[in-house]
Write a protein that binds this ligand. Structure first.
Ligand SMILES: [Fe+2]
Length: 301
């Protein structure tokens, strides 16, 4: 496994060494395609797509998509691999994704630490039981997927609303899977916030317990406020202030990782989306500035 030999020497600072993506990105959705075709080159630093939505798409949509992937660096963010499912791993899908990534020069592939069904496909992200047995089971499937794709993949911790069969905490489960599978981590600050409200834990403590050396990039998004203590992760609203604050904390912990704005429904118009992408860029610039200031303070001291 050549990628394992290579990545072993990476000592795993994904964003510094392996992936030439930086700055602020936007999720490419079919509904945004025409508006995104008009973007200036400096409007976003990268795009993220669900490969399942674009594999085999031809015609006008296919040409518009190709034009965008030729202009902007691309991340693939899978939706339906169902890495935690008891059903056999979808080898055909992985091979299609591998080909798609090659065709569009995609820089990395991420998926959700969840499952979408057994032998059927429910197209939803369901929580894997937080157990030692599930750690071994899922980590083996991630390794298998990495071997097929011949690259290290990146797993996102998901928002969830029930925790069946829980034997360990979410953070213990997540960290055990990431380490056992030897894969990367996608940090979603909105998911952390939503889960912290719904399950009554401290979001910053969760962030502080994530492994810095595994973190590849960050997601930020809006959610629905069902009640003060019930939040639903919809990606259909603006990012709220506590989540922006958590992004600043994440930069303080992980450094300025590439960060993607996810918006999947209730689209507000491209100008508004770009204003949120712009806010990510401002947060990144401020973090870099304060980092430089503190390192010059240290030198002065
Ligand atoms: Fe996400």
């Amino acid at each position: 496994m050549w990628w394992r030999c290579l990545s072993g020497s990476l000592a795993f600072t994904l964003h510094h060494m392996q992936y030439p993506i930086k700055g602020a990105g936007l999720g490419l959705r079919r509904a945004l395609l025409s508006d995104m075709a008009k973007l200036s080159d400096d409007a976003v630093d990268f795009l993220e797509v669900a490969p399942e939505n674009w594999i085999g798409v031809g015609g006008r949509f296919g040409r518009q998509f190709r034009a965008l992937t030729e202009r902007f660096p691309l991340i693939c963010h899978g939706l339906s691999l169902s890495i935690g499912s008891p059903a056999p791993l979808d080898i055909r899908l992985l091979n299609d994704i591998k080909k798609f990534m090659r065709e569009h020069k995609a820089i990395l592939y991420s998926e959700h630490l969840s499952y979408c069904g057994d032998h059927g496909q429910l197209y939803d992200l369901m929580p894997i039981p937080f157990t030692a047995e599930a750690v071994e089971f899922v980590a083996a499937r991630i390794k298998q997927a990495q071997d097929i794709l011949e690259r290290r993949i990146v797993l996102e911790h998901v928002s969830y609303y029930v925790a069946p069969g829980q034997e360990m905490s979410e953070i213990e489960f997540l960290n055990a899977v990431i380490e056992t599978a030897d894969c990367g981590l996608l940090v979603d600050v909105n998911n952390i916030f939503v889960n912290s409200v719904n399950f009554g834990y401290d979001a910053e403590s969760f962030l502080d317990a994530l492994p810095v050396h595994r973190a590849a990039y960050i997601h930020i998004a809006g959610h629905y406020v069902e009640a003060e203590d019930i939040r639903i992760d919809t990606h259909a609203a603006d990012v709220i202030e506590p989540v922006w604050a958590l992004l600043d904390k994440a930069y303080g912990r992980f450094g300025v990782l590439p960060t993607l704005l996810e918006r999947d429904f209730n689209f507000p118009g491209m100008a508004h989306l770009l204003s949120e992408v712009g806010r990510i860029k401002i947060a990144q610039a401020q973090q870099l500035k304060s980092g430089r200031a503190s390192s010059s303070d240290a030198r002065a001291g």
